[in-house]
Ligand binder design. Structure first.
Ligand code: ADP
Length: 431
């Protein structure tokens, strides 16, 4: 404003000077010329400002007369706002990245429980697709009646467990609602499928152990009661011996279960040691002796054992795995069946222990679960005497602790092949 007044004053002064020198008319002409120049300059400045406004991130034009201070102030404010917005954007981005990195799912809902946002985990847990499901009510997505009831509560002190089906896979998802901001809701989800499985396994395990021990205990208690309630002279020496033997059998059975449970627990709870060289051929030969004693000449044994191959591992663990597979072959193969034991180097340089039998075989349905503790094959095949139902579970663990896997091929009625292939790093080949 001051600059404009000064310019106006200067042109008026020039007009007055010219007027007093060349006459009044010349003075007015100079003054009018001055006004026209001022208007033109102002027009040019105006168009410079208009051009700058269209491109406001650029610095303002260097000189626009009376507008210089205004533009400088506007530009300063703009730059400050820009920095603030950039900081805010960075913060929002950081928060979004943190929300994405959450191990839990998070879904934000508006006051009508419509989805406004969710992180990747949330969309995986609840099967959401933000592009198509945004603004849809969560009640239309999670259609479980239990969730509808849960969502109607006014407070959610406890989470809710939902069993959902994700692309054909059953999943257990724990969800919890909370309020935030002004009438907004946050739905937090967590996949607890694995935990639930572990809990089921634990419960099954306790039930199985109790069941396995209850039978011999009941038999034992029955005999002890009979002995207590029967007068000594009413039993012959032979009867007493018979009862004692039966009680001994049941006690041994319980002892075997407890021993196997302790072995399994030790295998699970102690870290695997790399071990030392084990003479596998000697181990297999001693396991074969036990198996032949059990077979009592009823089976034919074929032995393909390469005694030049040793293994780095735990002798005691390998012994229990190898002899369990062999004795199983004897127990589950009819008399006259053939049992083939092999210990050889494969083309890949790995070492393989295998036991093949022509026995009763295992159905494909049971095959995937046969190594579970206490698993009984379908059809209630009775457990053979002296068997605990833990042998294959132990063998599987031993294999894993030696960086190997227990492979089973079998067909019902057509025999089975159990094999453990040990990695090259554990093999000592003296050939
Ligand atoms: P068990 O003490 O009952 O033998 P295992 O864990 O060693 O327990 O075996 C589990 C089940 O697998 C057995 O009860 C049996 O039904 C089946 N099984 C194991 N080995 C064989 C085999 N060689 N042939 C057929 N079935 C077998």
């Amino acid at each position: 404003m001051l600059k404009t007044l000064i310019s106006l004053g200067l042109w008026a002064l020039a007009g007055w000077l010219f007027g007093s020198w060349l006459g009044e008319t010349s003075g007015w002409i100079v003054f009018t010329l001055g006004l026209i120049i001022m208007i033109l300059v102002s027009g040019v400045q105006h168009s410079q400002i208009t051009r700058w406004v269209r491109n406001i991130e650029q610095p303002p034009p260097p000189s626009v007369g009376p507008w210089d201070n205004v533009l400088a102030a506007v530009y300063r404010k703009l730059r400050k706002d820009e920095t603030t917005i950039r900081d805010l954007e960075r913060n929002v981005q950081g928060i979004m990245q943190a929300a994405e990195a959450l191990p839990d799912g998070a879904v934000t809902l508006n006051d009508r429980m419509q989805i406004t946002w969710c992180n990747q985990r949330g969309s995986e847990h609840l099967g959401l697709n933000l592009e198509t499901d945004r603004d849809l009510s969560i009640l239309n997505i999670l259609r479980a009646p239990a969730f509808a009831k849960y969502a109607r509560q006014s407070r959610w002190p406890e989470p809710l467990l939902l069993h959902l089906n994700r692309n054909g896979n059953p999943r257990a998802i724990m969800v919890q609602l909370t309020r935030y901001g002004y009438r907004h809701f946050l739905l937090v989800s967590r996949d607890v499928t694995q935990l639930e499985k572990l809990e089921t396994t634990r419960k099954d395990f306790v039930a199985n152990v109790s069941h396995e021990l209850r039978t011999p205990l009941t038999v034992l208690a029955g005999f002890l009661e009979t002995l207590r309630d029967t007068p000594d002279e009413a039993l012959t020496q032979e009867q007493k011996a018979h009862y004692s033997n039966l009680m001994m059998d049941e006690t041994r059975r319980m002892q075997a279960i407890v021993d196997d449970l302790l072995t399994l627990s030790a295998l699970e709870s102690t870290p695997a040691v790399s071990g030392k060289p084990v003479d596998v051929a000697a181990l297999i030969n001693s396991a074969l002796e036990q198996a032949k004693a059990l077979s009592d000449g009823q089976h034919q044994f074929i032995e393909n054992i390469d005694n030049r191959i040793s293994l780095i591992g735990s002798e005691a663990e390998l012994d229990s795995a190898f002899s369990n597979l062999l004795t199983n072959a004897v127990r589950y193969t009819m008399p006259d069946g053939i049992i083939t034991v092999s210990w050889y180097i494969t083309e890949r340089g790995t070492a393989c222990y295998s036991v093949q039998d022509t026995g009763i075989g295992i159905s494909s349905k049971d095959l995937s679960r046969i190594t579970e503790r206490f698993y009984r094959v379908e059809g209630g095949r009775p457990r053979k005497p002296g068997r605990t139902g833990l042998g294959l579970a132990i063998s599987k663990h031993v294999a894993l602790r030696h960086d190997a896997e227990l492979e089973i091929e079998s067909r019902l009625g057509a025999g089975s092949l159990f094999s453990i292939e040990f990695p090259v790093e554990r093999v000592i080949n003296k050939t």
